[in-house]
Design a protein around this ligand. Structure first.
Ligand code: IPD
Ligand code: CA
Ligand code: CA
Length: 254
């Protein structure tokens, strides 16, 4: 597993160099499900770049990638989960606050995850048998603090509509941050900078953070408190296990 973890770290850094080099080009932007669900030629090329390298190094492995026809079942053998640019709207509109993400599973068990904040050059990696670190600095497990001394991250629309009581819960914390990238939001949770993250996201959005979070005392559940299906887009919460009862009590009230 050591070799695969090293391969993934090298690959994500190479993908970041590739994206950084091409960011100044005129982007070809397409709309997917709705006007604010975007994909660019660089999302697609970044995914192709990673897929090619994985298929060359590990031809028998499967791939679940956001931007292609490669939709392997995450529970089926050796599976790489790729989000080539997480936060495409930020990428297009701001040229920052986007991430590349890779997760690796064997028979449905997460082995390691990686989140690369490209512009800030911050690589979060680990989980499974590996320590979770950011650019070589080991991250600490969650340490409890009062709710009114912590921030949360959330999807803006879910917060604005008080989905399942999210805004009511948010009134008990210091504030809400809407960052526009599931990966960057969840990396802030892993750092202990955000208490939790609430959003409606898909396996490629949450796989990497979920594997790293397991190691640091975090749980990823649906907002109604059930385990995820690891297939569809679901309303999820990424929360510290130590605060699960407290958070569930409020969120359920919605
Ligand atoms: C999106 C971002 C966004 C979240 C969306 C995701 P994408 O990923 O993570 O923050 O709210 O649900 O789809 O499409 O930019 O990779
Ligand atoms: Ca994403
Ligand atoms: Ca994406």
């Amino acid at each position: 597993m050591e070799a695969k973890f090293k391969f993934a770290q090298d690959l994500i850094r190479q993908a970041a160099v590739y994206v950084r080099q091409r960011m100044t080009e005129d982007l070809q932007i397409e709309q997917k499900s709705q006007f604010d669900d975007l994909v660019t030629n660089i999302d697609k090329d970044s995914q192709d770049f990673m897929v090619e390298a994985i298929q060359k190094a590990y031809p028998d492995d499967n791939i679940l990638g956001e931007e292609s026809e490669l939709y392997a079942d995450l529970k089926d053998g050796h599976v790489w989960v790729l989000d080539p640019i997480d936060g495409t709207v930020n990428f297009v509109a701001q040229g920052r606050d986007f991430a590349i993400m890779i997760a690796y599973y064997e028979d449905g068990v997460g082995q390691f995850g990686l989140i690369y904040d490209v512009v800030c050059d911050k690589l979060y990696s680990g989980g499974g048998e590996f320590e979770v670190s950011c650019n070589g600095r080991t991250l600490s497990p969650y340490q409890s603090r009062p709710l009114n001394r912590q921030l949360i991250g959330a999807n803006g629309r879910m917060y604005a509509s008080n989905y399942l009581g999210l805004a009511d819960f948010a009134s008990k914390v210091l504030g809400v941050r809407v960052l526009g990238s599931a990966g960057i939001s969840m990396s802030r949770v892993l750092e202990g900078q955000l208490l939790a993250y609430f959003s409606a996201i898909s396996p490629w959005d949450y796989a990497a953070a979920s594997i790293m979070g397991q190691k640091l005392g975090y749980e990823l559940l649906t907002m109604t408190g059930e385990p995820l299906d690891y297939e569809s887009r679901q309303a999820v919460m990424f929360i510290p296990r130590a605060e699960e009862a407290l958070i569930k009590r409020d969120i359920k009230k919605g």
